[in-house]
Every structure is written in C-alpha cells, then in structure tokens.
Design a protein around this ligand. Structure first.
Ligand SMILES: Nc1ncnc2c1ncn2[C@@H]1O[C@H](COP(=O)(O)OP(=O)(O)O)[C@@H](O)[C@H]1O
Ligand SMILES: [Mg+2]
Length: 360
C-alpha cells in the first residue's frame, strides 16, 4: 500500500481553501490502493501531523493552538523518505506527496524543490513551471516567446516612480494593475483615472515589490483544466465564470456568495471549445508544466482568446472549477485524484530514466 502525504495549509490567503481541498482529496483517495498521511503546515510555517479525527473539523492551523508533540519534518535516510515526529522520533515512510498548498511556499516552486531534494515523487508541476507560473511577468515573457496571446504589459517597481501618463500612452485607459506574485485578486485594481492610481498602486505594492500594469481586456472569463506529463497533456471541458462585479475581485471571489456564477460547460461554440483546448495545451507545453494546471482566458467579443494566467495548484474543493471541468469530461473526483497520484509516479519513473550522473 502506497503512503501518500497530503500536505495542506500554508501561509497564503488561501490557507482555509487548502484545508477544504485537502479534506476532499482525503475522502476521495482510493484507500484500497493508498494510505493517506495528513500533514498540515501552519500559517507560521511549522509542519504538524494531523490525526483523522481532528482533521474532520480543522479550520486553520496556528502554532499557538497546536501541540509540539505533533510537530514533524520530512527527512531522507537510506534512500527512503520519512515523516519524522520531532518529539518522539517516530518515523513513517512515505511514497508520494499530494501537496495542495496554494501560493507562496506551496505553488511557487519552493515546496517542489524541497520534495525534489528529498526524492519524494509529488503530484503537480515541477520546480521550473511552478516558479514561472507564479511570477506574472516571467509567465508573460515565456508565453510571448511561444506566440501565446496575452495582454500587453508594463513592469512597475517599488523603487522607481511610476509615470501614469506614460503607462496610459502604452496601454490605454482603463488598465489593470496587479502584484507580480500574488493571487486571490489581492492588490488587483482597475485603474480608470490618475486620481485613483497613486493609492491603488500603493496597495498593490503591499504584496510585491514588482507590479504589472496590463492593458484592459474586455472579454468573458473562460478557463480549462489540463493535466499530464508535458509530452502528453490532456485538456478537459472549458468552463465560464460569469462575474457579477466589475471584475473578479477579492470581494467577488470570497466575500460575495453571488459574486460569480460557474457555468460548465462554457456556452461557447464547438469550434471555440477546440480553440480553448488547443491553446491551453500549447500554454501547458510552453511553460513546461508537468502535472496539472488551470489555464484562464479572456474570450473577446471578436471571438479571439487571450491567456490571462495559469494556476499550477488550483483549488480542489467540491465547488472548485478544476475538478468540475474534469467531471464534465467524464472523470469523477475520485478518479481524478487517483489519476493525479499515478501521474506523480509516472513522472518520477520518466525522470529516473535519465542518466543524471552526467549532470554536473
Ligand atoms: N488585463 C485585464 N483585463 C481585464 N480584466 C483583468 C485583467 N487582469 C485581471 N483582470 C481581472 O482581475 C481578476 C484577477 O486577476 P488575475 O490576474 O487573474 O489575478 P489572480 O492571480 O489574483 O487571480 C481576473 O479574474 C479578471 O477579472
Ligand atoms: Mg486569476
């Protein structure tokens, strides 16, 4: 029986979403094949082993409320990977990790690097694609080099004064600003006038020293799930987020229960569906994704597509679009989880075929 570490929590604004996703992954995992091992990372970055009973009602993980007797770390010894309890020194061997921590230290390549150094196969994208996708500027540079349509942009840095008129000259008005490394729409603003600009830019710089100004794209928000090794990606059925606010802001995402309506399949023509699937696969290949990714587009009135962003660790709650778009393709939640775990082992086997002794 393979032991799968489900790793959740973390310090991003999606800490609670991650716990919710983990609970669904835990329930859906095929227990005849896999034994789940629950590992929660606190908002402060400490790892804990969580028992199944506590997990049922767990809302958030904070060091102040956790017992040190449950604190654990991952170690490698004698070519095996273990979860080690730091107090009683008990250890449990692991075969694979299903990391579902969103954002910083979960989705940006750092966790992937940690697991890679340990030599533990893991679900999802590797170090490079995770890091590329996390930084919106680097993501756009790679997409542009591959000929993937995306909005025009200007990079703003906190130590260089921003020139509003120059940005308007390049991008027009309105335009969007967003922190290069963030998520959940935090620090994202639609700029309509010079008056708003200074305050909203200040807010965006709270989350990153690098902010992107982007041309405004007037389009419907459609997305699609992709998974597979980079050589063999598969796309699901596209979905649409019909946003009821001016844009898909933090308020629309998390505070207003009616902020957006999910429509799956998206109401698009069969030709558009194929275009969305093909462009998603092209994006996946270009960014060297090799696990799973959700690709988000704007579908403009003239029918053309612009890629907005990709998410290498989208939500896995029951109402998250990633699993729902697979469901629409005939792949149920449990089958999806089992397939992603199998893919982690397949990727590991594929990588191990290389003779790494020649890499210096
Ligand atoms: N260039 C743009 N044109 C129009 N709307 C945009 C643009 N960029 C972002 N938005 C709106 O802001 C939302 C959040 O921006 P996004 O880049 O997806 O950041 P996040 O990573 O926080 O989700 C999008 O879903 C969309 O509603
Ligand atoms: Mg987004």
């Amino acid at each position: 029986m393979k032991k799968i570490a489900i790793i959740f929590g973390g310090h991003s604004s999606e800490h609670e979403v991650s716990i919710n996703s983990a609970r669904n992954i835990f329930k859906a995992m095929d227990k005849a094949k896999f034994t789940p091992v629950l590992l929660g990372v606190s908002k402060q970055g400490t790892w804990y082993s969580i028992n199944e009973k506590d997990f049922e009602t767990l809302e958030s993980i904070n060091d102040s409320k956790m017992s040190e007797s449950n604190s654990v770390t991952l170690i490698r010894s004698q070519s095996k990977v273990f979860c080690l309890n730091l107090q009683n020194q008990q250890r449990q061997e692991l075969d694979c990790a299903f990391n579902i921590i969103h954002g910083t230290n979960g989705e940006d390549g750092t966790m992937q690097g940690h697991l890679k150094i340990l030599g533990l196969p893991f679900v999802g994208c590797g170090v490079m694609s995770s890091a590329i996708a996390m930084d919106k500027e680097v993501m756009k540079i790679v997409m542009s080099a591959a000929g993937i349509p995306n909005s025009r942009w200007v990079v703003l840095k906190s130590h260089v004064p921003a020139d509003f008129d120059q940005i308007v000259k390049q991008l027009g008005l309105p335009f969007f600003i967003k922190p290069a490394n963030a998520g959940s729409s935090v620090g994202v603003h639609k700029i309509k006038s010079k008056d708003d600009f200074a305050a909203q830019l200040k807010d965006a710089f709270k989350y990153d020293h690098k902010v992107l100004a982007e041309e405004f794209i007037d389009g419907r928000e459609v997305e699609i799930s992709v998974m597979g090794l980079n050589q063999k990606p598969e796309a699901a059925v596209p979905g649409e987020l019909v946003v009821k606010h001016e844009f898909y802001s933090y308020e629309a995402k998390y505070l207003d229960p009616n902020g957006a309506e999910i429509v799956i399949p998206a109401k698009v023509t069969p030709e558009q569906t194929e275009q969305i699937r093909a462009l998603a696969v092209k994006t996946y290949e270009a960014l060297y994704c090799d696990g799973l990714t959700r690709v988000d587009f704007f579908l403009k009135k003239d029918g053309s597509l612009t890629v907005n962003e990709i998410n290498t660790l989208p939500g896995f709650t029951k109402i998250s679009m990633y699993p729902m778009m697979w469901q629409a393709k005939g792949l149920g939640y449990s089958d999806l989880i089992n397939k992603l775990i199998q893919l982690a082992f397949d990727k590991n086997d594929f990588e191990n075929k290389l003779n790494l002794d020649f890499r210096s």
